[in-house]
Design a protein around this ligand. Structure first.
Ligand code: ARE
Length: 500
């Protein structure tokens, strides 16, 4: 008997049952981040609250937060089109390693880490260690500094490539992103480039990161890692302590673009995990192409990963977007893509590629817009009910796929089906099955699911309560086949735990 017709998505936030201490402990023991929520530029109070009420209960293994160190605080607008006093990017300009940022102070940061860990959610920090600031003389925490001189750390002029005469470009900046010396030793968009080959600089950076590790942080997204280079990254990493859970810290390197040779993301696979920015581009090209209608075809996603030219799955932190790429909508999906963005996020969680991240942040009209903040630039509490925030991490379908991800584990993809247009489906071993329809019409498919015969509750639109399902039920016959309706821009998914 065919399943019920395509169901409508619910928009309610997930029910929150707090995580028990035993479950939290078991999750923290794992060296893998599981599914991470990238709550970019949420303040620490809001991250803590989200860990307790949403991330922990939903089974997210980690949360990634924005750069927590003290940063430049702009005091005046620049010239021309500069209309935002406190653009989001202030936090990428370190001036001191005290945690006095737009997101909160050092005590609030520590409280956040504690609250998240208590909910079984590990904390990953965006580490800006390639450079200091490139402008200003005022910081959120009240540090004083001048160009190439940061007394609080301290960094002195000779701690920078530019002053040491090591940057070969005419203006001290990176003019050619394919030139090794420029990429490693010149200033990225005017940001003062640290001499990371120097032991005294490495010691100061490691001291900062080890402080975070001491607070319970489990690893890092390394900002501008390409500009630090393989050797210096290893030199810094070697100085890092183990995490409080006893693991070497997670180390995800931001190596963008398709630079030649040593500058390619693949050339850093031995030095850490790589941010899957090129993968995010392929995801966008599949889900939303360049045609007039901007409707993509996801049939291509049968191949995704090393075989489509990306870094290896085991070396990748994968995502549909991050804070940079969401501002580049020609190449990447973002929250403005609505159902397509949710569907792509659900697919990523099912795909088995990389350590998947779900991105959730504030909404914006112009790319440099500040996050919701007070007049001083301090970020105000996240309010998912307001149109100022896009809490993709709470979407019920996304939450369902976090549970699905946790259950299927590393099971191999099997039973791949595609109509060669815009519907794909596959199982992960015999543990779970999912279908994705990126088209604008509902579609009924008859497929081999690879699952044991029985009735399954579709986790995207319902949940199993006792032996009943609050949403549509999929009937899998004794041979593993099922007839399933998949709604337009929608998914159907179940794992063995969803069997009625
Ligand atoms: C801001 C102003 C600048 C000003 C500067 C210093 O915009 O005009 O000169 O401050 O005063 C973010 C923003 C920047 C901002 C910066 C500091 O994006 O606009 O500058 O914060 O506040 C390359 C790097 C890659 C880097 C991108 C931006 O390889 O690492 O450029 N991305 C990271 C972050 C950014 C962040 C920084 C680094 C700096 O994710 O959010 O900048 O901390 C090709 C190349 C890539 C290149 C890419 C650029 O693909 O191969 O290497 O990325 O183009 O699009």
């Amino acid at each position: 008997m065919p399943s019920a017709g395509p169901a409508t998505r619910s928009t309610a936030a997930p029910e929150a049952a707090p995580v028990s201490a035993a479950v939290a402990r078991a999750r923290l023991r794992s060296a893998s981040p599981g599914v991470t929520a990238n709550l970019w530029e949420w303040n620490w109070v809001s991250v803590a609250q989200e860990c307790r009420t949403v991330l922990g209960p939903a089974g997210y293994g980690g949360v990634q937060v924005a750069p927590p160190q003290d940063s430049v605080k702009r005091t005046a607008l620049g010239n021309g089109s500069d209309t935002v006093l406190h653009p989001w990017w202030e936090v990428y300009q370190p001036v001191r390693y005290q945690l006095t940022s737009r997101m909160g102070n050092e005590q609030q940061f520590q409280d956040m880490v504690r609250a998240c860990r208590r909910a079984g959610v590990k904390v990953y920090v965006d580490a800006v260690i390639n450079h200091t600031t490139g402008q200003g003389n005022t910081s959120y925490g009240g540090a004083s500094y001048t160009p190439y001189n940061y007394p609080a750390i301290p960094y002195r002029p000779n701690d920078f490539h530019f002053n040491a005469g090591e940057c070969p470009s005419s203006d001290g900046g990176i003019q050619d992103f394919n030139n090794k010396l420029q990429v490693f030793k010149c200033n990225l968009v005017g940001l003062e480039d640290l001499r990371t080959e120097q032991n005294s600089v490495r010691i100061k950076l490691a001291r900062y990161l080890n402080k975070l590790i001491g607070y319970g942080v489990s690893g890092f997204r390394v900002d501008a890692a390409k500009h630090i280079g393989q050797k210096d990254l290893d030199g810094i990493y070697a100085k890092l302590n183990r995490t409080v859970d006893g693991h070497k810290p997670y180390w995800a390197l931001e190596v963008l673009g398709d630079g030649p040779g040593v500058l390619a993301p693949q050339a850093f696979e031995r030095n850490g995990k790589l941010l899957g920015a090129n993968g995010a581009k392929q995801i966008k090209n599949a889900f939303k192409s360049y045609t007039q209608e901007r409707i993509g075809s996801i049939a291509t996603l049968e191949v995704f990963g090393r075989d489509s030219g990306l870094t290896r799955s085991s070396r990748t932190s994968s995502f549909v977007q991050n804070h940079d790429s969401e501002r580049n909508p020609n190449d990447h999906l973002n929250y403005k893509d609505g159902a397509t963005n949710i569907l792509a996020t659900e697919w990523l969680l099912a795909s088995g590629y990389g350590d998947p991240q779900v991105y959730a942040s504030f909404t914006w009209e112009i790319p440099e817009q500040s996050p919701p903040a007070n007049a001083e630039g301090l970020i105000t509490n996240t309010d998912c009910a307001s149109s100022q925030w896009a809490c993709v991490n709470r979407d019920p379908g996304v939450v369902a796929m976090v549970g699905w991800y946790n259950y299927v584990g590393k099971a191999q993809r099997r039973n791949f089906y595609t109509d060669d247009a815009n519907v794909i489906a596959f199982s992960r071993g015999q543990r779970g099955w999912a279908a994705f329809n990126n088209g604008t019409e509902a579609k009924q498919i008859n497929v081999q699911t690879g699952m044991a015969g029985g009735r399954y509750c579709d986790a995207i639109h319902g949940s199993k309560v006792g032996n009943r399902c609050t949403g549509p039920v999929v009937r899998v016959n004794a041979a593993g086949r099922a007839t399933v309706s998949v709604g337009a821009k929608d998914a159907v998914a179940f794992d063995r735990l969803d069997r009625l």
